[in-house]
Design a binder for this molecule. Structure first.
Ligand SMILES: *Cc1c(COP(=O)(O)O)cnc(C)c1O
Length: 389
């Protein structure tokens, strides 16, 4: 059946060769390729340390633990994000609250954040960690977030799962200039892939070593940090309770190969976005708004159509083989979070967004012919289902 997904991986024979080379080498895991991949991530972002893990979800968990999040603490994130941005707090026994989105960028709203912080400060329940999410690949207002973090004393983890290759103020996302940690995802629908995988970047040596230890059972091998150092080469110590969140060398080899193509992937995504901007019907469709001083990595291309025609347009697209998607149901609407108890009236912008938004295909191997089919189909549908007809 003819189907165009909203996103998919782009692999070539060099990727396959890179993975094969590891399969035929000495180490499938804990070999030299994970540190090599981490070095590549440092090089492209400018961050001092990179800690790879088996998913971005694990990286978010490691970052929260390293920043000391625990029971009785609060983490705030955006109302519109993938559940993992919130779940990382629950893994630590902490509570989660959500900030409504900006109706134009769909990122966390700075006005709502500021108002919410003011109230929280008065009530004595400020968050310990804020997780801004660069939704679709468009950077959040990081300067403002940094100012607020200094004023209110919270830590910042950028969830940049959509945004590797994006730029904020002419600098790469992931340099952690305005945050404590930045997390990337290498799931196949994201910009580059390792099959499953993620990474946490930071400029803080202490956070990096803490995340490294927790990634591998809480085990350390460096004598200086040991409690009961022993003069034997086999000796290591578990000093805290960690996990096995390691990325394999097989996966890292794919990452090393993919990261060489990062800028080509992002350029191609920008070209596709440009074609959508030029050809989609601007009278009937709300096209993505781009904040000044930012360059999106274009993980997603989100359009908005009138609420009254959203489900008809969406379902007809799917019937035509165009697998549009919606990113995302507001996190507080998932039954797990609903049970904890949030008030949907606190999030008017997220509620409006979910009734109008859809992600349409954007990935480097999307052909011009298929993109034109997507464009024509959408333009026809929004006209056909116009309000009042
Ligand atoms: C994909 C994604 C994650 C989780 O990534 P995994 O690597 O699949 O664990 C977290 N946050 C956001 C915003 C994502 O899109």
């Amino acid at each position: 059946m003819f189907e165009i997904p909203y996103g998919r991986q782009s692999l070539d024979s060099r990727d396959v060769e890179a993975v094969r080379a590891v399969l035929e080498s000495e180490f499938l895991t804990q070999g030299p390729i994970v540190p090599l991949f981490e070095g590549n991530l440092q090089a492209i972002t400018g961050a001092k340390y990179a800690v790879a893990a088996n998913s971005a979800t694990s990286s978010l968990h490691l970052a929260c633990l390293a920043l000391g999040l625990g029971q009785g603490d609060l983490l705030w994130t955006s109302a519109i994000t993938f559940v993992a941005s919130a779940n990382c707090a629950r893994f630590c026994g902490a509570d989660v609250d959500f900030v409504d989105i900006d109706p134009k960028t769909y990122n966390m709203s700075m006005d709502h954040l500021e108002a919410k912080l003011r109230i929280a400060a008065a009530q004595g329940n400020l968050p310990k960690i804020l997780v801004p999410v660069h939704l679709t690949g468009q950077p959040c207002d990081m300067k403002r977030i940094k100012e607020l973090s200094l004023e209110y004393g919270f830590k910042v983890i950028e969830d940049a799962s959509h945004a590797i290759g994006g730029e904020y103020e002419n600098e790469p996302i992931g340099n952690c200039k305005y945050s404590d940690v930045t997390v990337f995802s290498f799931h196949p629908v994201k910009i580059i892939t390792t099959g499953e995988g993620g990474a946490a970047l930071t400029n803080d040596e202490h956070l990096a070593s803490k995340m490294r230890s927790l990634r591998s059972h809480g085990i350390i091998r460096d004598k200086q940090s040991m409690k009961n150092p022993m003069d034997a080469t086999w000796y290591y110590e578990q000093i805290e309770l960690g996990f096995n969140y390691r990325l394999t060398d097989i996966q890292a080899a794919l990452g090393v190969s993919q990261i060489q193509k990062l800028s080509a992937f992002v350029s191609k995504r920008r070209e596709l976005a440009e074609r959508y901007f030029n050809r989609l019907d601007p009278e009937r469709i709300i096209l993505p708004f781009q904040m000044q001083g930012t360059r999106s990595a274009w993980h997603l291309y989100v359009i908005k159509v009138n609420k009254s025609q959203h489900s008809r347009v969406f379902e007809t697209l799917r019937q035509s083989g165009i697998n549009a998607n919606v990113h995302y149901l507001p996190v507080y609407r998932h039954p797990y979070y609903e049970k904890i108890g949030y008030n949907i009236y606190d999030y008017p912008n997220a509620e409006q967004y979910i009734s109008e938004a859809m992600s349409i295909p954007i990935f480097p191997t999307l052909s011009t012919e298929n993109q034109d089919f997507v464009i024509d189909t959408i333009n026809n549908l929004v006209k056909q289902f116009e309000v009042g007809t």
